[in-house]
Design a protein around this ligand. Structure first.
Ligand code: ATP
Ligand code: MG
Length: 402
C-alpha cells in the first residue's frame, strides 16, 4: 500500500531480526496516505533507546535525542529517526511532559500523539495501525485531536498552532470540538517559548490555506500578534490579503504588520532570524515615489532592496490594495531592467572607485560622486559608459562639490 524506501525496509528488518517490533509512524504515514512523498521517514519501536543503539551498532548514529528516546541512524547520508514507544504525562507547565516512560505497546505510543491523522503507524507486512480512525479523518478532510482536545491543548499549547498548520497545509477542517478548544485555549500560547512559536508560525504563514485559517482562527493569531488588534473585520481583510500574496514568509509577515505602528516590536518579540526580520522591515519601509517615472522608481527599488526582495516588495505592496494591474506593470518593468542589464546599482556603473581616485577623489567625496553618477544613469541623463561618466564626474567636481 505504501511504497517504502529500501533503507527503511532495512531498518525494520534489522529491528525484527533482533526481536523488536518496528513501525513507520506519524507524518510519513499521513503523507504517504495522501499520496505525498514524505520529507522524512520516522520509525517507532518497542526497543528501548539503548537497545536501538545496540541493534545498529555498526551504523553511523546521532544520539542528540537519546534522552527522549530517539536514536538517529544515518544511511547514505540520510538521517532516519527511530523512537522508542513512550507515554508522556504531567505537563504541569503546558509545554513539556513531567515524566516520559518507555513502554512496549504501540497503541500507548500512538495515544500520546497530537492528532488522529498523525497517530497512525504502518508496517509493510502488518499494514496500518490506526486506533483513532486517522485514515477516515484524513479522507474526509478532518483534523481532530486524539482524545479530549482541551486536555491535549493544555498539555502542550503549541499543538494549537501545529493543528492550524496542518489544516492550512492539507486543507483540513478542524473538527468542531477541536476547533472550539483551539480558540478557548489560545491564551496558553503565551507560555510557549518564542523559538517554538516562531518555527511553527513561519511554516503556518507560508501555506496555501493560511488565509482561510486566519479568517476562522484569528483570535489565536491575535494572541501571537496583539499589534494586529482584536477587530474581526480587520482580521478578515488581512486574511484576504494573505491569500493574494505569494507564499513568502517575509511578504506575509509584512502584509500582517502593514498597518501596525508597532511592527518592529512584533518582529523582535517573535524572535525571527535577523535576516527575516530585516527583510520584513525593508518591505514595510520602502515607499514608491509616484512622481517618478516607473522605470526610475523600479531602479531605485532594485538599488535599495536587491533583486529578490524588490520582487517581494512589489508583491507585498500591490497585494495590500488588490491592484493587480499596478503589480503587473512593476514586475514587467523590473524584469525588463534585469533582462536588458540596465544599471541600477553602483557596482554596475562603467566607472569604479579606482578611476574616480585618479581624478583626485577620495573618502566620502568619492562615495558621494558615485551616488551622483548612479542617479544620473538611473534618470537617463548620462550614458553608462566610462568616458561619459568621467566627464560627468569632472562636471560634478567643477560644480563646487570638491
Ligand atoms: P511535518 O514533519 O511534516 O511537520 P510531522 O507530523 O512529521 O509533520 P513532526 O514534528 O515531525 O511532525 O512530529 C512527528 C510526529 O510526532 C507527529 O506526526 C506526531 O505524531 C508527533 N508529535 C510531534 N509533535 C507533537 C506534539 N507537540 N504533541 C504530540 N505529538 C507530537
Ligand atoms: Mg516530521
Amino acid at each position: 500500500m505504501i511504497e517504502i524506501p529500501a533503507e527503511v525496509r532495512y531498518l525494520l528488518d534489522r529491528l525484527e531480526k533482533s526481536g523488536y517490533e518496528g513501525y513507520l509512524v506519524g507524518g510519513c504515514v499521513r503523507d504517504a496516505l495522501l499520496g505525498i512523498v514524505p520529507k522524512d521517514w520516522d520509525l517507532c519501536t518497542c526497543a528501548l533507546p539503548e537497545e536501538i543503539v545496540a541493534c545498529f551498532f555498526d551504523e553511523k548514529q546521532s544520539l542528540s535525542g537519546f534522552r527522549h528516546g530517539t536514536v538517529g541512524v544515518i544511511l547514505n547520508k540520510q538521517l532516519y529517526e527511530i523512537t522508542s514507544y513512550r507515554t508522556e504525562s504531567g505537563y504541569s507547565d503546558g509545554r513539556h511532559p513531567d515524566t516520559v516512560a518507555f513502554v512496549r505497546d504501540l497503541t500507548q505510543d500512538l495515544a500520546r500523539r497530537d492528532f488522529t491523522v498523525n497517530a497512525m503507524a504502518y508496517h509493510p507486512k502488518k499494514g496500518l495501525v490506526d486506533p483513532w480512525n486517522g485514515r477516515k479523518d484524513l479522507a474526509e478532510g478532518v483534523l481532530r485531536c486524539v482524545g479530549d482536545p482541551t486536555l491535549r491543548f493544555q498539555e502542550d499549547f503549541l499543538r494549537i498552532l501545529r493543528g492550524l498548520r496542518f489544516a492550512a497545509t492539507y486543507g483540513l477542517q478542524l473538527e468542531e470540538e477541536t476547533a472550539q478548544a483551539a480558540i478557548a485555549c489560545r491564551e496558553g500560547l503565551r507560555q510557549i517559548s518564542a523559538e517554538r512559536i516562531q518555527a511553527e508560525l513561519v511554516r503556518l504563514l507560508t501555506e496555501r490555506g493560511t488565509g482561510r485559517v486566519i479568517a476562522s482562527f484569528w483570535p489565536v493569531f491575535a494572541v501571537l500578534l496583539p499589534e494586529c488588534g482584536e477587530d474581526e473585520r480587520r482580521w478578515k481583510a488581512l486574511s484576504a490579503r494573505i491569500d493574494r500574496a505569494s507564499n513568502e514568509v517575509s511578504v506575509r509577515l509584512a502584509v500582517l504588520l502593514s498597518d501596525s505602528d508597532e511592527a518592529e516590536a512584533a518582529l523582535s518579540r517573535l524572535r525571527l532570524s535577523n535576516k527575516l526580520s530585516d527583510e520584513v522591515k525593508a518591505l514595510l519601509r520602502w515607499k514608491e515615489d509616484l512622481s517618478m517615472p516607473l522605470s526610475v522608481s523600479v531602479k531605485y527599488l532594485l538599488r535599495d532592496l536587491g533583486v529578490s526582495l524588490a520582487r517581494f516588495w512589489i508583491d507585498y505592496r500591490f497585494t495590500l490594495e488588490n491592484r493587480e494591474n499596478l503589480r503587473r506593470s512593476r514586475i514587467k518593468e523590473l524584469e525588463r531592467v534585469l533582462s536588458q542589464k540596465e544599471c541600477f546599482c553602483a557596482e554596475q556603473l562603467a566607472i569604479g572607485g579606482r578611476e574616480l581616485k585618479t581624478l583626485g577623489l577620495s573618502g566620502p567625496r568619492l562615495g558621494e560622486c558615485l551616488v551622483y553618477l548612479l542617479d544620473q544613469v538611473i534618470w537617463g541623463k548620462t550614458e553608462n559608459a566610462p568616458a561619459a561618466l568621467r566627464d560627468e564626474a569632472y562636471r560634478w567636481m567643477e560644480n563646487g562639490n570638491c
